[in-house]
Design a protein around this ligand. Structure first.
Ligand code: FMN
Length: 214
């Protein structure tokens, strides 16, 4: 534990193509909490970006970088820079919406950097070797199976040296804005944002952080 207080950079990725929808409301609440706790927040809507799918050309095996130039590169840079990564996305056919999955698949070049080239990831903005990952998810159905999406998100976080620190999952939320009628969801997301920053600021490393029960 270090006594040096750090400014924590939080990257919030809104993954739903429905702007202002349930997962984006959760993300906004989380980011408001993170801001309240003194964090520096950046938000990107993935559906507003142009990120093509991976074409499996394997050219990244030569350099560690993707030859397809689009909005992937700036997001890749922000993922490396972030101390906390909050991904918000609804369940679409038991997994991530295509716009988010495109980002995940394009991260194959980071897989190459990490596992084939064994390039160490640069430290985050606050100087951490490990980042803190949060997944905010909503499903329309009751008793949904989140295991597929959780696994995909974990693989993605792993690439960017990010511990899967917390997730919030809500079921039976269908219509746009329905999450606002949930008795605790937005407050819980806000509190998690506060906690994500507060528990990061004084740490030398956030590698061994607990997965909080929320
Ligand atoms: C293309 C599509 C696929 C969906 N697939 C599922 C699913 O597999 N399971 C489920 O419970 N809900 C599914 N839903 C419902 C959404 O998860 C739900 O409406 C959610 O509240 C949307 O969140 P958003 O407002 O952030 O977009 C699907 C919705 C769409 C549009």
């Amino acid at each position: 534990m270090s006594s040096k207080r750090r400014t924590i950079t939080i990257l919030g990725l809104a993954g739903s193509p429905r702007y202002g929808g349930n997962t984006e409301l959760l993300l906004d609440a989380f980011l408001a909490g993170a801001t309240d706790a003194g964090g520096k927040v950046e938000k990107r809507r993935l559906a507003q970006l142009s990120i093509a799918g991976c074409i499996a050309c394997d050219r990244c095996q030569g350099t560690g970088y993707c030859i397809v130039k689009d909005d992937f590169q700036p997001i890749d840079e922000r993922l490396v820079a972030a101390d906390v990564i909050a991904l918000a996305a609804p369940l679409f056919f038991a997994n991530l919406p295509a716009q988010v999955k495109a980002l995940v698949d394009r991260s194959q070049c980071q897989w190459v950097r990490k596992f084939l080239r064994k390039d160490p990831l640069p430290v985050s903005t606050a100087g951490y070797t490990r980042r803190r990952g949060i997944f905010l998810c909503v499903a329309g159905a009751i008793n949904e199976d989140f295991s597929g999406v959780m696994r995909t998100v974990k693989y993605f976080f792993d690439l960017y040296e990010t511990d899967f620190w917390a997730d919030l999952r809500f079921e039976d939320i269908v219509a746009k804005g329905a999450i606002e009628a949930h008795p605790t969801a937005l407050r819980t997301a806000f509190n998690l944002g506060v906690r994500a920053v507060q528990e990061s600021v004084f740490h030398d490393s956030i590698a061994a952080c607990d997965h909080p029960q929320v």
